[in-house]
Design a protein around this ligand. Structure first.
Ligand code: GLA
Length: 378
């Protein structure tokens, strides 16, 4: 059954009648990983995997919401002490609270949602959920007076204040601003961004999901961020965006080896994003791909957010002649993103399935990426 139909049936059964439909998307990131919270550049796009919700104000001060995929239902009030127990519901509660904290209007509502963003694959299903509700509640209660960047920040603050992840802005930004057939280069320091047409002639972007799950909350993710902040502090700059390799090397004696490697990766990644954007405009996919492999190496050896399965998939891509491949998203599991020449597609996906299964006992999940629109009213 279609997502929309499934949600409509569920909504009608539980609440009667109908509400408005909203959707938001998961995201990929071509390059620029762990740079957002360092004031650097990212290069994401929204994808055709989405979270969709049907929502209707209910005239009281209670939110009543059902997740079809988790097969769960909860109700909560809008005050700080009303936080729900379920982690999925905290994303929605957080968005409500962050709107209220910013002086926005909010009343109770009924909602049913479902989606097809693979969970734990590094495709930001949580950002899709946050931005879907932020967008909807802005439309339903605030006459769309909250600007889109603030909607992304509402999602990000939800992660910080209600979900325990000190994430950057990339995921929520991509979900909110995503545009069909375009990637976006965002300068996370200034908030300026630019759309780049993305239809790589003769290539396909393929995600290979290792199905190894990661849990970002309370995890090594926050520790990576702390390392970066420590080094920035040592170097006397606000964020690593303003640091150079020369500065880092000059201060090496005062920095732990681990922090040094974390910062070395981030400083290199900053430049790689710019290189990839230039190469893309020039149609130079070899350079795009080479930078992707360099990012993978940095994430694996210096930033240490990869895992055996993802390193294996990256090596396999190299062996198959795939143009570019790297771990994508926060890391600690999830998927690789691969830039694959169309004539290699079948060979690569076939080998990835066969060899991964032989080694780890289960097949990876493979998705071809379609760059799509982000948050919207349907
Ligand atoms: C997660 C975070 C993002 C970003 C990436 C790594 O997806 O939510 O803010 O830091 O990891 O690039």
């Amino acid at each position: 059954m279609e997502l929309k139909e499934k949600i409509a049936n569920d909504f009608a059964t539980r609440f009667g009648g109908e509400g408005n439909f909203y959707a938001s998307a998961g995201r990929i990131n071509l390059i620029g990983e762990h740079t957002d919270y360092n004031g650097g550049f990212v290069f994401p796009g929204a994808i055709d995997k989405m979270i969709m919700a049907e929502i209707r104000p209910n005239g009281c001060d209670t939110v009543r919401v059902r997740s079809i995929d988790i097969d769960d239902y909860t109700e909560f009030g809008l005050n700080e002490e009303d936080a729900p127990q379920q982690s999925w519901a905290r994303y929605i509660f957080g968005v409500c609270r962050e709107i209220i904290k910013r002086g926005g209007t909010l009343k109770g509502f009924d909602a049913v949602f479902a989606g097809n963003v693979p969970l734990g694959a590094g495709l930001s299903s949580s950002a899709a959920l946050e931005s879907c509700f932020a967008f909807a509640l802005n439309d339903l209660f605030n006459d769309n007076s909250i600007d889109r960047f603030e909607l992304a920040r509402i999602g990000q603050s939800t992660e910080h204040n209600y979900c325990g992840v000190n994430c950057g802005i990339m995921d929520q930004f991509a979900s909110v601003f995503g545009k069909k057939d375009h990637l976006m280069r965002l300068d996370c320091r200034s908030g300026e961004f630019e759309y780049f047409p993305f239809r790589p002639e003769g290539y396909t972007l393929v995600l290979v999901d290792s199905v190894v799950k990661h849990e970002l909350a309370d995890s090594p993710y926050n520790r990576r961020r702390e390392s970066c902040e420590r080094v920035a502090g040592r170097l006397g700059v606000e964020t690593l965006r303003d640091a150079t390799m020369e500065m880092l090397d000059a201060a090496r004696a005062d920095i732990s080896d681990e922090d040094y490697r974390r910062a070395r990766y981030v400083i290199g990644e900053k430049q790689r994003v710019l290189d990839v954007c230039d190469a893309l405009v020039a149609g130079d996919y070899e350079t795009v791909g080479e930078r992707m492999y360099q990012t993978h190496r940095g994430l694996s050896e210096d930033y240490e957010v990869s895992c055996e399965e993802l390193d294996f998939l990256n090596g396999l891509a190299r062996e198959c002649g795939v143009t570019g491949s790297r771990i994508m998203g926060g890391g600690f599991g999830g998927c690789t993103i691969n830039l694959v020449k169309n004539e290699l597609l079948e060979k690569f996906t076939g080998e990835a399935r066969r060899q991964f299964c032989e080694r780890y006992g289960h097949e990876p999940k493979i998705h071809e990426v379609i760059i799509s629109d982000g948050a919207r009213k349907l």
